[in-house]
Design a binder for this molecule. Structure first.
Ligand code: GDP
Ligand code: ZN
Length: 293
């Protein structure tokens, strides 16, 4: 009798075993067949041979789409950039920086404004008005009051999503809520149990269903500008394109040039001033880095 192999997704590894979700929602405890050449990561798509009692043998790793370093996870496709309505107020500087890093990493950004049960400040209104027009999806949710969560779940459908954003915005709360768990300590609890920053953590994917996952460890905590040529930067600000058509110079950096469509659009209020200023400070960083090559 031949046993056919099945495809699955590695949710976590623990003590030499890999926990592989099959194409349904079953989780199979797999040991590797012999020594695998590559280190298996959470997020890896693998072939395994099922045995009895939800056990199996991991046979091979399928090619990865990508591999993230912090956290160490494969095949992430989406980044949930989380900010709060309040406590803490959103930072547009951080938001624009994260949007750049996410796009540069070839991942899909999804802006999540959590704590929509709190008062609406000017910055929040700006995000809600501007970013969807610039082409970025924005979801207003409240993990605490269970608002907007279904829409967010739909946005994650078919994706392996990693959370990003400053501390206190509700990343752990959202993860708990999305995965229907009460396992991940939120800030208050983790301070109480004193889980230190140096505790070894195995990255784990939490399945929302058999087609959507959220990674339990936030990413994009390192915010250094990636190395690129200065001409590349404007391309990562998609809403600038339309206005750049009227720039006098084809390779306009929208910086010191005269007759610049982008600068005009900023003056006309069609491009958010903070967005343009954040662009300029990133441009300066890129130019600074160019000198170090
Ligand atoms: P993290 O640091 O981003 O993981 O944030 P946490 O999930 O630890 O949440 C930080 C604080 O915000 C906690 O006190 C949560 O109870 C609170 N919080 C989370 N979601 C909401 C929400 O939707 N509304 C309000 N008002 N508070 C929330
Ligand atoms: Zn220009």
């Amino acid at each position: 009798m031949t046993i056919t192999q099945e495809q699955g997704l590695v949710l976590k590894s623990y003590r030499g075993f890999y926990y592989v979700q099959d194409n349904h929602t079953r989780i199979i405890e797999c040991r590797p067949r012999g020594k695998l050449k590559t280190r298996v990561l959470s997020g890896d798509r693998v072939m395994f041979t099922p045995l009895e009692d939800d056990k199996g043998v991991l046979e091979s790793i399928l090619p990865r789409n990508n591999e993230m370093v912090r956290p160490r996870v494969a095949n992430v496709s989406m980044v949930l950039i989380v900010m709060a309505y309040d406590r803490p107020l959103p930072s547009l500087t951080l938001l624009d920086r994260l949007l750049l890093l996410v796009q540069y990493s070839q991942l899909q950004p999804c802006i999540v404004l959590n704590k929509c049960d709190l008062p609406v400040h000017q910055t929040v209104t700006e995000i809600l008005d501007y970013y969807p027009r610039a082409g970025y999806p924005v979801h207003s949710v409240s993990a605490r009051c269970n608002q907007g969560m279904e829409d967010l779940q739909q946005a994650i459908h078919g994706e392996i999503a990693v959370l990003a954003g400053p501390s206190g915005v509700g990343k752990s709360s959202l993860l708990n809520h999305l995965a229907g768990l009460d396992l991940v300590p939120t800030q208050e609890v983790s301070q109480k149990i004193g889980r230190g920053r140096h505790t070894t953590r195995h990255v784990e994917l939490y399945p929302l269903d058999n087609q959507s996952w959220v990674v339990d460890t936030p990413g994009f905590s390192v915010l250094d500008m990636p190395r690129m040529r200065r001409e590349e930067l404007p391309g990562w600000f998609p809403e600038f394109n339309r206005f750049a058509e009227t720039c006098k110079f084809a390779n306009c950096l929208h910086f010191k040039e005269k007759e610049c469509g982008v600068k005009n659009a900023v003056e006309q209020g069609e491009i958010l001033t903070s967005r343009y200023n954040n662009y300029l400070s990133m441009l300066e960083e890129v130019m600074e880095n160019e000198r170090c090559y």
